[in-house]
Write a protein that binds this ligand. Structure first.
Ligand code: FE2
Length: 286
């Protein structure tokens, strides 16, 4: 087999996010699905909610539908209760993940399981290809102790939610059609992090804490910013300066390349399918 020449992906777009409010008044920062970044195929939305002001989250996300894609909730702090119209219920803990393939439809609520303290986490929407948009809904849920962890000699600690590191550590989330990689990386001091990502995939990196330098150009990605990376088959990050901390998410998935029609909580291929989704919802077919 011919060897693929390693090409390091560079930053093609950077965003500090746009303040938004969703559900019942939950304040959040929207990084994908905003006027700044509409979508990064197959990613339709990326929200960060993070506040210790109860009035900014206490309303939660009361009963609402989804169709045509997956929602991935990864909590960093706090607890969130999830409940749906198919009798599925559970609590996502800090460090835990819920990967919900809404597919043909689900009606659910996502409510804070706390009245004070910090609630912080990410919600990502990943599109589904046309062939999977009308499949039955499915869940994969993992508590913090079920998330795979890889500790490297240079002090880097990687939590693997989905996909596989170059050292072969696999995340618990499996059998997702877009072959996602979802990593939470705590970069060691004076360390570098390199990871193969197929050319078929889009990649975004969100800097949770600190800063790091990306690609051969060593472009700085600082705290609170999302970087969309361009073509290539690897990502490379190094510590910004000696002794500095950095914690970031690496999220990658295979591009779908189909037409996207959006209507609120529904994402299909055509306008007609969106109208059908609203019709089905009104008629109680979810
Ligand atoms: Fe939802």
């Amino acid at each position: 087999m011919p060897q693929q020449v390693p090409t390091s992906r560079k930053i093609i777009h950077m965003s500090a996010g746009m303040p938004a409010s969703d559900g019942d008044g939950v304040k959040l920062m929207r990084f994908i699905g905003s006027d700044d970044i509409n979508m990064v195929d197959p990613f339709l939305l990326l929200d960060l909610f993070g506040t210790d002001e109860p009035e900014d989250y206490i309303g939660g996300f009361p009963s609402h539908p989804h169709r045509g894609f997956e929602t991935v909730t990864y909590l960093l702090a706090g607890r969130m209760r999830h409940k749906d119209n198919a009798g599925h219920e559970g609590v996502i803990e800090a460090g835990g993940v819920q990967w919900m393939s809404a597919a043909r439809g689900i009606i659910h609520s996502e409510m804070p399981e706390q009245e004070n303290g910090l609630l912080q986490g990410f919600q990502l929407w990943i599109n589904l290809p046309a062939t999977e948009k009308m499949k039955p809904p499915a869940y994969q849920e993992f508590s913090p102790d079920e998330i795979a962890v890889e500790t490297r000699l240079d002090g880097t600690i990687i939590k693997i939610i989905a996909g596989q590191t170059d050292n072969g550590t696999q995340g618990p989330v499996k059998k997702i059609t877009t072959g996602p990689l979802y990593l939470d990386v705590q970069l060691g001091k004076d360390a570098n992090f390199s990871q193969h990502i197929p050319t078929s995939h889009s990649v975004v990196i969100y800097m949770i804490e600190g800063a790091a330098l990306i690609g051969e150009e060593k472009s700085t990605l600082s705290q609170g910013h999302l970087a969309v990376l361009g073509e290539g088959n690897r990502i490379e990050l190094v510590s910004e300066k000696t002794g500095a901390d950095a914690r970031f998410l690496v999220i990658a998935a295979k591009k779908i390349g189909e037409p996207v029609a959006r209507g609120g909580p529904f994402v299909m291929n055509t306008r007609k399918e969106i109208l059908q989704a609203f019709d089905d919802y009104r008629q109680g077919k979810f």
